[in-house]
Ligand binder design. Structure first.
Ligand code: FES
Length: 301
């Protein structure tokens, strides 16, 4: 939940109220949960990708493929219980973006049908990844002013590979050994924030979600939300995030992210509240699913 310096090193505060005293800290919580002085929320965003798994109902090719064009689609043959299945991943988008998510799985299913017209979709899910502004993971010292605190994040969907590199680099740093890859992944490098376009986009999104969106009162009232739908409505002059389940039961949250206060977007596909600023996600009941936030949402009766 928090890292505090003390004279012998650091005190790490845990969710259950316990504290761990240590000389070394490795922040490997996917998105770092400590904002300052690392400022990773300025040099990284989160992206969601969708995946479907199909039974092709005919003989499947062998191997694993990824295209070089945009949008990216990857194909992986996987072992099902008694037959081979195919995982198709794609439809990457910035978490919390206001886009038509309903279409995301249809898009992948169309690709599947083109290859295997009689296929059956067995599973579908989505996953979230941290993307550094210069597309290279951040591995090594968390900040120049916090000695012995290390970070490993921003794997850009290459977690199996990058986490192994991170383990090697950070172990070598703690053991005070040289590592030839250290410089490539140096987490305190300045290159990412020199990417003006990406930094500009991030600032624009934050200004909208932190200030401008909050000034606009939604026109929708709670009665207008249909069963199975959600959104931000106005209740007695206040903005309230509402979800109505199929039985008409209502769940209300304060639609403000517990990380740095951006206004959340309703994700009607997954029935979650998503943050467009740095990608924290919450259930419709306000329970935290993904960081960097470390707290649940405030809820209303
Ligand atoms: Fe940073 Fe929501 S994740 S403000």
């Amino acid at each position: 939940m928090e890292i505090q310096e003390d004279e012998k090193g650091y005190i790490v505060k845990l969710e259950n109220g316990e504290e761990v005293k240590t000389k070394y800290v490795v922040i490997c919580t996917k998105y770092p949960f400590v904002d300052f002085p690392g400022f990773y929320f300025l040099k990284m965003y989160q992206e969601t990708s969708n995946v479907i798994v199909i039974d092709p109902k005919e003989e499947l090719f062998e191997g694993m493929y990824i295209n070089t064009e945009s949008p990216t689609i990857s194909l992986r043959v996987i072992d099902g219980k008694d037959k081979k299945l195919l995982a198709i991943a794609g439809f990457e988008h910035k978490t919390g973006a206001k886009i038509d998510l309903e279409n995301s799985y249809n898009y992948l299913e169309k690709i599947a049908k083109k290859m295997y017209p009689n296929c059956e979709v067995k599973y579908r899910w989505n996953t979230e990844d941290c993307i550094p502004l210069d597309k290279i993971p951040y591995i090594g010292d968390f900040s120049n002013i916090m000695p012995h605190v290390y970070v490993a994040t921003g794997y850009k969907k290459w977690g199996m590979t990058s986490s192994n590199i991170a383990a090697n680099i950070i172990v070598d740093k703690i053991m005070e050994k040289e590592n030839i890859y250290e410089e490539i992944f140096r987490a305190t490098r300045l290159e990412p924030i020199k990417n003006r376009e990406e930094v500009g986009n991030m600032i624009k999104e934050s200004v909208h979600s932190l200030f401008l969106n909050k000034l606009n009162m939604p026109k929708e009232q709670i009665e207008q939300i249909e069963n199975g739908q959600g959104g931000i409505v106005e209740v007695s002059g206040k903005k309230v995030g509402v979800y109505k389940n199929m039985q008409g039961e209502i769940f209300k949250v304060k639609p403000v992210c517990q990380h740095l206060g951006c206004e959340l977007s309703w994700n009607n596909l997954d029935k979650t509240w998503d943050c467009p600023c740095h990608g924290s996600r919450y259930t419709y009941k306000g329970k935290l699913i993904y960081g960097p936030s470390v707290k649940d949402l405030e809820t209303y009766e």
